[in-house]
Write a protein that binds this ligand. Structure first.
Ligand SMILES: CC(C)(COP(=O)(O)OP(=O)(O)OC[C@H]1O[C@@H](n2cnc3c(N)ncnc32)[C@H](O)[C@@H]1OP(=O)(O)O)[C@@H](O)C(=O)NCCC(=O)NCCS
Length: 145
């Protein structure tokens, strides 16, 4: 059975590490702001195992004028479970959370390879691609909600 619920920052690491930081130490899975009260983490469970994660941070991007902005980070599904519709469920959960918080805009830095995934969810790229050291080319993407 698949279900999603809110988890602690450290519980995301079992998915963040193999998917987003392969070969890197577990400390590299910690993101600034992970433990702030304004940050929320969600785990997608298959039975009792977390197989997908997403985190939502209350972070303003100075390039956008909307007041209530949230940033998605650490979006990942274990490789074996990708392309089964689970990533969509995680983004929708994050969107639902932001709506509940009266957020107006969701933005994030998307890996180039994930841009088509987010486009299917109606996120748009903004500006030119940029490099994040050791990870690769990214685009800022956003959606008003
Ligand atoms: C990107 C990621 C989170 C998507 O999760 P997922 O569970 O594989 O995605 P879904 O199965 O929900 O995909 C939804 C749709 O997007 C498509 N899609 C997913 N990943 C895609 C990709 N990389 N390129 C093109 N289309 C993609 C799916 O085919 C599906 O299309 P459909 O509705 O026509 O069938 C997941 O593949 C992942 O963890 N990738 C590695 C880490 C990563 O890149 N994270 C994002 C960092 S910004």
């Amino acid at each position: 059975m698949i279900f999603i619920h809110q988890i602690e920052a450290e519980e995301t690491f079992s998915v963040r590490q193999p998917v987003l930081r392969p070969g890197k130490p577990i400390e590299s899975c910690h993101f600034e702001g992970d433990n702030l009260g304004t940050t929320a983490h969600f785990g997608l469970y298959k039975n009792d195992k977390i197989i997908g994660v997403v985190s939502v941070f209350k972070v303003q991007n100075p390039n956008f004028i909307r007041k209530e902005q949230y940033q998605i980070r650490g979006m990942a599904v274990l490789e074996k479970y990708q392309r089964k519709g689970l990533g969509v469920q995680l983004v929708k959960k994050a969107e639902h959370y932001v709506k509940e918080k009266k957020g107006e805009l969701i933005w994030f830095n998307a890996r180039e390879s994930a841009v088509p995934f987010y486009e299917k969810l109606n996120y748009k790229t903004k500006g030119s691609p940029f490099e994040i050291s050791e990870i690769g080319t990214h685009f800022v993407m956003l959606k008003c909600i």
